[in-house]
Design a protein around this ligand. Structure first.
Ligand SMILES: NC(=O)c1ccc[n+]([C@@H]2O[C@H](COP(=O)([O-])OP(=O)(O)OC[C@H]3O[C@@H](n4cnc5c(N)ncnc54)[C@H](OP(=O)(O)O)[C@@H]3O)[C@@H](O)[C@H]2O)c1
Length: 161
């Protein structure tokens, strides 16, 4: 298992959904995690949970810059990877397909709409947020130190069909 003791992680959007799941995985791996979102109560709940589980957490409610498009994020990932590689810094991205989170709870409650979405996914289901964790930890740990500028797509085959 990836050991992230001594590492610091910053997770925006960590109040719920994918960000929260990723922040939990990073805490469990030993990282000191700073979390950001706009809803302080959700961050406080996360920090309480993380402390109860024996991990470290520091809640910081903040307005993170959160508006870059996916294409922008990918271009940013690649150009920063090239710029920073010589300094021993890797820049990689995870590109999730549909994952069941509060963001799409209304969609999931609508049987017809959900069926339409899952028909377009070869795996015929949405992902579970925990299914991002192994990839997140691989990228956060030293095992991937020679990998940079990559985008890992985790989408049940949606983008390759
Ligand atoms: N779920 C999916 O299927 C899926 C697939 C691909 C990509 N994504 C992307 O992945 C990201 C997370 O998705 P999710 O499903 O986990 O969404 P979610 O369940 O709605 O959670 C979003 C999180 O981001 C925070 N947030 C929103 N605006 C923010 C801002 N301006 N500054 C800081 N924090 C902010 C929210 O808290 P506050 O509202 O309190 O700030 C919340 O903690 C989104 O960008 C989404 O588009 C999601």
């Amino acid at each position: 298992m990836t050991d992230l003791h001594g590492k610091v992680a910053i997770v925006t959007g960590a109040g719920r959904g994918l960000g929260r799941s990723m922040a939990s995985a990073l805490v469990a791996a030993g990282a000191a995690v700073t979390v950001a979102a706009r809803t302080g109560t959700e961050l406080d709940a996360f920090v309480d949970e993380a402390k109860a589980a024996g991990g470290l957490g520091l809640g910081v409610a903040a307005h993170a810059a959160y508006s870059a498009s996916k294409a922008g994020v990918i271009a940013f990932t690649r150009s920063m990877a090239v710029e920073w590689a010589r300094h021993g810094i890797q820049v990689n991205a995870i590109a999730p397909g549909y994952f069941a989170t509060p963001l799409n709870s209304a969609l999931r409650a609508d049987t017809d709409a959900l069926a339409k979405v899952t028909r377009a996914i070869p795996a015929r289901r949405m992902g579970r947020p925990q299914e991002l964790e192994p990839w997140l930890l691989l990228l956060a740990g030293s095992a991937s130190d020679f990998m940079t500028g990559e985008v890992i797509v985790i989408d049940g085959g949606q983008s390759v069909r």
